[in-house]
Ligand binder design. Sequence first.
Ligand SMILES: Nc1nc2c(c(=O)[nH]1)N[C@H]1C(S)=C(S)[C@@H](COP(=O)(O)O)O[C@H]1N2
Ligand SMILES: [Mo]
Length: 415
Amino acid sequence: MKNKQTPSAGSRRKFLRNSALATIATAVGAKVVFASSMPEGYIPVVLQDDDPYKLFNKDKGLIVLNNKPWNIESQPHLLDDKVTPADKMFIRNNGLIPESLDEGTWELVFDGEAVASPKTYSLKTLKEKFEHFTYQLTLECGGNGRSEFYPPASGNQWKTGAVSCASWTGVRLRDVLEDVGITDQAVYIGYHSADTHLSGNPDKAPISRGVPIAKALQEETLLAFEMNGGPIPLAHGFPLRLVAGGFPASASGKWLKGISVRDKVHDGAKMAAPSYRVPCKSVAPGEEVAEEDMCIIESMPVKSLITYPKSGAMIGLGDSLEVRGHAWAGELSVSELHVSIDFGATWRACKLDPPVNRLAWQHFSTTLSFPEEGYYEVWAKATDSNGVSQPMVVPGWNPKGYLNNACHRIAVKVG
Ligand SMILES: Nc1nc2c(c(=O)[nH]1)N[C@H]1C(S)=C(S)[C@@H](COP(=O)(O)O)O[C@H]1N2
Ligand SMILES: [Mo]
């Protein structure tokens, strides 16, 4: 049988080649006339550039902060949709996006000190065996707003665009953990993913974070295989992603290969200080903080974003201005949203919708009028269900520049 392919392998190969050619033709936007002479695996020159907007199907308004790894942020006025569409969603990668992902052979391994015994599920089994749930879940990068801290914090200089609220469909991690069988030693879960470290070292994970077991067992914590009703886009974790809304988005592992149920706080890559940790007690700007004085970020703080109009709007005197946006508060809900047109001297309450489900952002809207011609700013301030409001200025400086939930503001010119 040496050097001979079975007919099924041969036809499968041919099928793969034909479908690859069809994909290429679609991407090129024309028939590739001499396609039959094209070497196998060859990528046409026209597709060889690494234009991230084409590569990831992103709106031209997104801003590339880094290309190795890819970090791309959105902008407030692009986040106006109630459900964030894929082309407006920020991308935050710590390593290299995995290649050749095969949904058909994808498996998820459960292991760790606190499982009765390790268990592996194919993606197909996960989909067939467990009930499906769909939730809209807010995912905000812990470093969103980092660019405003002074002294500056190193890392991607996110402005306000590292947040999304897409609709995620999958099975509950809770249901699967119940099937796996966990012991009462379980305190944390950690995820393992298929992306690779920038160094190229295959034994080194770029990131392997997790959540406390109580968060893992929440109804909304999903092993998701769909986003916005279709397959998860490659950059956002195809074909399987852990989604734990309300926590820093770093807890939502993309390209999910494994879950370890741990008898201690997970100790994977980027779990240790200073990553995704803030000083347990507030510190002076620029102060050095010992690693043992840094605490893991869990629920994200209350925050809001004005998504309409775009900052810099111009209206006529006497015109009214419709203002709208979203607000979210980590594990809590948002109870009030106020706006100010006089730099915070006075505030007025906006209409605020309840979330479509727990951990989804909430929409606010109001109509404003302005007393005379000139320059104004509209500031938005959300208050969470514990009565805590967003600060008007950049809050608690911390060495890595996390959790900036200062009020969002836009400029408006009247007349
Ligand atoms: N496997 C893996 N999962 C990951 C990351 C990553 O680099 N690799 N980045 C995390 C971080 S820090 C954030 S903010 C979110 C970003 O999700 P998005 O790119 O889908 O917007 O994914 C998280 N999950
Ligand atoms: Mo992040």
